[in-house]
Design a binder for this molecule. Structure first.
Ligand SMILES: NC(=O)c1ccc[n+]([C@@H]2O[C@H](COP(=O)([O-])OP(=O)(O)OC[C@H]3O[C@@H](n4cnc5c(N)ncnc54)[C@H](OP(=O)(O)O)[C@@H]3O)[C@@H](O)[C@H]2O)c1
Length: 299
């Protein structure tokens, strides 16, 4: 039977393009639905006209998941900590395949497992592993892409596009993997259509669009496409860590996560270790250079 998919967080920054990608591949799915809070249904009016179902309810209620095989969570930072509850409800409602809200670096390598920015993703992975032991027919998929290129090359990482300066927290020469956002969506949707190996409860798709690049090279491409030279100055990650700790002590969770996120890009853990799975998909992803050219209307 073709998969019946429920998307949680379909109105978010990643949720919208993901819904669009599902619509492009509509014929491969029996049902594509978004879970919507009763007060926010109107956000999905356009998607509904194009063939997306709206399930009205809470992601903590088992009945929301009835009739779905696959659940894709796109919970943002605020809702991330609620994912264990979603997983419980999804299993109780009959769903047997869960995509946790990951879609970035491999949080099991380097400092990431201890980084506050990924704490709720770590807890979610542990919860999934425990549930898979309890329910032998429950499965989950991790999609690892590294940072989205569009998010890497952004003001969040200290880029000033007008002054042509870059001041990220990190160290020179750190390597990372990056993937264009539209390609991340193709990998997520395409992966659902790849049969799960029956002997396992968990699988990973390691699918960076640009498998290995340095921050210096990204900045060089940026300068090249704008016809300018960027001045790159690294900031000490300990300064970001101190601000993170200050925020934690004052109980400002959003600030705490914000500062934790400042040092994830260039701490050397942003590289997705192989073996990679890109060859399991039938499209060629955009390179980092192509994405930057596209962002500046040069492609
Ligand atoms: N690798 C990268 O560079 C990269 C970049 C961006 C995102 N990501 C990952 O992609 C995933 C999704 O991120 P995003 O940027 O799309 O997040 P987002 O824009 O914050 O969207 C989060 C979604 O969750 C919903 N949500 C938030 N709080 C909620 C709550 N308490 N109850 C119910 N729903 C709630 C939001 O709905 P409402 O608007 O109704 O609250 C929204 O639909 C995350 O895992 C993130 O780390 C990765």
């Amino acid at each position: 039977m073709a998969p019946r998919v429920l998307i949680i967080g379909g109105s978010g920054a990643v949720g919208k393009p993901l819904v669009d990608e599902f619509l492009k591949q509509r014929s491969h799915f029996e049902r594509i639905a978004v879970l919507a809070d009763p007060a926010k249904i109107s956000r999905f009016a356009d998607a509904e006209k194009k063939g997306v179902e709206i399930v009205v309810g809470s992601f903590l209620d088992a009945s929301s998941y009835k009739g779905f095989d696959v659940v894709v969570s796109l919970a943002g930072n605020a809702a991330m900590k609620l994912q264990p509850g979603m997983i419980e409800a999804a299993i109780a409602g009959g769903a047997r395949h869960f995509y946790p809200s990951e879609f970035g670096g491999d949080i099991s390598v380097g400092d990431f497992w201890q980084n506050r920015y990924f704490r709720d993703k770590v807890v979610t992975r542990d919860h999934l592993a425990a549930k898979a032991k309890e329910h032998p027919d429950f499965r989950y998929t991790l999609v690892l892409t590294g940072p989205f290129t569009e998010y890497a090359v952004s003001s969040f990482n200290g880029i000033d596009f007008e002054k042509h300066t870059v001041e990220p927290y990190g160290k020179p020469g750190a390597q990372l993997s990056v993937t264009a956002m539209a390609d991340v969506m193709r990998y997520i949707v395409g992966s659902i259509l790849i049969p799960f190996d029956g002997s396992k409860n968990v699988r990973e798709f390691r699918v960076p669009g640009e498998a290995r690049i340095t921050w210096e090279t990204l900045v060089e491409y940026l300068g090249e496409v704008q016809g300018v030279e960027y001045k790159l100055t690294y900031l000490d990650p300990r300064e970001a860590a101190a601000k993170q700790e200050e925020a934690r002590k004052s109980g400002n969770e959003d600030e705490e996560v914000f500062w934790a996120g400042k040092s994830v890009m260039l701490n050397g853990s942003g590289l997705i270790p192989g073996p990679l799975d890109n060859a399991k998909f039938s499209f060629t992803p955009e390179t980092a250079k192509e994405t930057i050219q596209r962002l500046f209307g040069k492609k």
